[in-house]
Ligand binder design. Structure first.
Ligand SMILES: [Zn+2]
Length: 181
C-alpha cells in the first residue's frame, strides 16, 4: 500500500510514542529520497532520510521500517525521552527542547552580565583618567544597519558628541544618552 502526502505515521520506542510526517521535499524533489519529520513529546524534532526510497513507491511498511531504527534515550538533564542522535538527525545534543531553551537563556544572561561587568570596569578606568561621562550612542550610517557605540568623555557638550558621531559617519547626531560617572 502506497502512502499519501499528508499521512501521519505513529511508532513506539521504549514506551514513548512518536509521530512522523512526510517532508514536502520528498515529493517535490525526488532526488531527496523519502524524508520524514519525527516528533515525540518534549524532544527536539528529528529528520530521517532514506535516499534510495522514492515517495511514489514508498509503502507504509517502508516508513515503519525507517521508524523502527529510531532509538529513544533519556535527556541528559531531566531524563525525559528524547531521540537518540545516533539514530536520527536531531538538534539538542541529547537534551530535550525545554532543557536546550533553559540553557540558551542562561547563556544569554551570562553574556549580558559580562557586558555589564565590562562597562563598570571601563567606567572606573576612564573616571580615574579624568572622564566625567559615558556616552551611549547609536550610529546611523547612510546605508546598512545601525550600530551602538560607547565612549568616555570629559565635560561633554552636545557639539563635542555630535562631532564624534559625525566622524563615525552617523546621519543622525542626537541619538545618544549621557551617563555621569
Ligand atoms: Zn530535558
Amino acid at each position: 500500500m502506497t502512502i499519501s502526502k499528508t499521512q501521519v505515521f505513529t511508532a513506539e520506542s521504549n514506551g514513548a510514542q512518536m509521530t512522523a510526517t512526510i517532508d514536502r521535499c520528498a515529493w517535490m524533489h525526488p532526488a531527496y529520497g523519502l524524508q520524514l519529520t519525527v516528533k515525540m513529546g518534549n524532544s527536539c524534532p528529528g529528520t530521517l532520510n532514506n535516499k534510495a526510497l522514492r515517495f511514489e513507491l514508498a509503502t507504509i511498511e517502508d516508513i515503519q521500517q525507517m521508524l523502527k531504527g529510531i532509538r529513544v534515550v533519556a535527556c541528559k538533564e531531566c531524563a525525559e525521552p528524547v531521540f537518540d542522535p545516533a539514530t536520527v538527525l536531531v538538534n539538542g545534543q541529547g537534551k530535550c527542547f525545554p532543557c536546550v531553551m533553559k540553557e540558551l537563556d542562561a547563556e544569554l544572561e551570562e553574556s549580558t552580565r559580562l557586558d555589564a561587568d565590562d562597562i563598570a570596569q571601563r567606567d572606573a578606568k576612564y573616571k580615574k583618567e579624568g572622564c566625567t561621562h559615558r556616552v551611549e550612542a547609536w550610529v546611523h550610517p547612510a546605508s546598512g544597519d545601525d550600530w551602538r557605540v560607547s565612549f568616555w568623555i570629559i565635560d561633554p557638550t552636545d557639539e563635542a558628541i555630535q562631532e564624534i558621531l559625525r566622524k563615525e559617519t552617523s546621519q543622525v547626531l542626537d541619538d545618544y544618552t549621557l551617563f555621569k560617572l
